[in-house]
Design a protein around this ligand. Structure first.
Ligand SMILES: Cc1cc2nc3c(=O)[nH]c(=O)nc-3n(C[C@H](O)[C@H](O)[C@H](O)COP(=O)(O)O)c2cc1C
Length: 157
């Protein structure tokens, strides 16, 4: 079985989670970070597809949204999983999956999860640092990625 993990990551948390998932799934697994440039992996080359993104100002990366919309017919013929990284606690972040991915894909996906998120101030630009300091009321880095959520996703998928 060939599994594609396709994701975008602004400051590295989704990338890190994709790497952890890759190590916990069986079979041949390929993790690919995509961008808006559209040199995207070919969905038909894989049996299963896991899609990962993070929330910034309430939205997922445009690249991931476009990838899902443009491959919707192919994706709904595969086994699909969706995961998100957010600072919103996982039990309150699920609505982002329903709002940000095409409804047909959300309904079709067999595994959906929020893995938590992280704040690395040193990776942000000035504006992002300013926003994050306001939101978190702190200038300290935060790390809230759930190893259990990633392990559970991998075992259920
Ligand atoms: C500018 C900015 C805006 C963010 N907005 C949200 C948000 O609206 N909701 C949320 O839950 N998390 C928000 N986050 C937190 C990110 O989802 C979290 O840092 C995640 O780990 C980012 O993953 P990535 O670095 O792989 O993109 C925001 C982070 C930044 C830097």
């Amino acid at each position: 079985m060939k599994t594609l993990i396709v994701y975008d990551s602004t400051h590295g948390t989704v990338k890190e989670c994709a790497g952890k998932l890759e190590g916990r799934l069986s079979g041949e697994v390929t993790a690919v970070k995509i961008s808006n440039k559209k040199s995207w992996p070919v969905v038909d080359d894989f049996d299963n597809v896991i899609i990962g993104a993070s929330i910034h100002a309430g939205k997922i990366q445009k690249s991931v949204g476009s990838f899902c919309r443009e491959n919707l017919d192919k994706l709904t013929n595969k086994k699909v999983g969706i995961f998100l990284c957010t600072l919103t606690p996982a039990d309150q972040a699920f609505h982002y999956i329903e709002e940000q991915f095409p409804p047909e894909l959300v309904q079709h996906a067999s595994e959906k999860s929020c893995f938590g998120g992280a704040v690395h101030f040193e990776r942000m630009n000035f504006i992002e640092r300013f926003i994050m300091k306001k939101i978190t009321k702190s200038a300290s880095n935060i790390y809230q990625v759930s190893e259990d959520a990633i392990t559970h996703f991998a075992s259920e998928f």
